[in-house]
Design a protein around this ligand. Structure first.
Ligand code: HEC
Ligand code: HEC
Length: 192
């Protein structure tokens, strides 16, 4: 009996240890800082702050590197990437890529969605972003992204204040009017 209960408490301690190690293993320490702006699990409700939930890990990692090395600049975000090691960036990228994106608060205007979809087809966005903007590797998923952020970042590409895209997006954004951008953002933000 005595042996059995000693065995039982060892099991319990073992289980608690495993849970501490496993249950939190995929939530990197720094993620607590990120969610202050990027929202719970990377689901942002701040207008010009992108959601990270469900984004491609490769893309997240490359953007963190670009912010750290100054190829992409933003007064709020650049300081956040400044002191991360490459391993921390990879862990954060994996963590956020595995979270579920929820965009249930966005109300798309059906007329703008129709025009946005037509513009996306005409401009061949899917050639790089794949169908319904689901993204691949270093090409971001944009489906369900924050509406204001989509508008802001497309205007940034157009104005060349965001230039870390090897020219891909600058040349695309050049062909878009502010109205096209608004329509595209209604279409894309409403996707899942
Ligand atoms: C003080 C607010 C704030 C904090 C804290 C913050 N970010 Fe950001 N982050 C932003 C903003 C704002 C942008 C958009 C920058 C822009 O417009 O170019 C951004 C952009 C990004 C992007 C680019 C996403 C995309 O779709 O292009 C990544 C990746 C990112 N942040 C990761 C992180 C990680 C990881 C952390 C925690 C270590 C973090 N951020 C902490 C505000 C913040
Ligand atoms: C030639 C390939 C290509 C085409 C075509 C293209 N994109 Fe992109 N797009 C990219 C790449 C690559 C990036 C990431 C750039 C970077 O690393 O900063 C990107 C980034 C973006 C972003 C920023 C996402 C974020 O989280 O910050 C948006 C929004 C976007 N594209 C929308 C569009 C739309 C809308 C179209 C069509 C009108 C389009 N793209 C066509 C390659 C392309």
């Amino acid at each position: 009996m005595k042996n059995l209960s000693a065995y039982g408490s060892r099991l319990l301690i073992g289980a608690m240890f495993c849970c501490t190690a496993l249950c939190f293993a995929d939530m990197p320490e720094q993620a607590a800082v990120c969610v202050a702006c990027h929202g719970p699990n990377g689901n942002s409700s701040m207008p010009n702050t992108p959601s990270l939930a469900g984004q491609n890990a490769r893309y997240i990692y490359l953007q963190l590197r670009d912010f750290q090395e100054g190829r992409r600049q933003n007064a709020m975000m650049s300081p956040m990437a400044a002191n991360l090691t490459r391993d921390e960036m990879r862990a954060l990228a994996t963590y956020f890529s595995e979270q579920k994106l929820s965009n249930k608060n966005f109300r798309a205007d059906p007329e703008k969605v129709k025009l946005g979809l037509a513009k996306a087809e005409e401009t061949l966005c899917a050639m790089c972003h794949l169908g319904e903007f689901r993204g691949q590797n270093e090409i971001p998923k944009v489906a369900g992204q924050n509406y204001d952020y989509i508008v802001k970042t497309l205007l940034d590409f157009k104005a060349k204040s965001r230039t870390n895209d090897a020219g891909n997006m600058t040349s695309v954004a050049n062909t878009l009017s502010p109205t096209d951008i608004e329509n595209l953002a209604h279409y894309i933000a409403g996707l899942n």
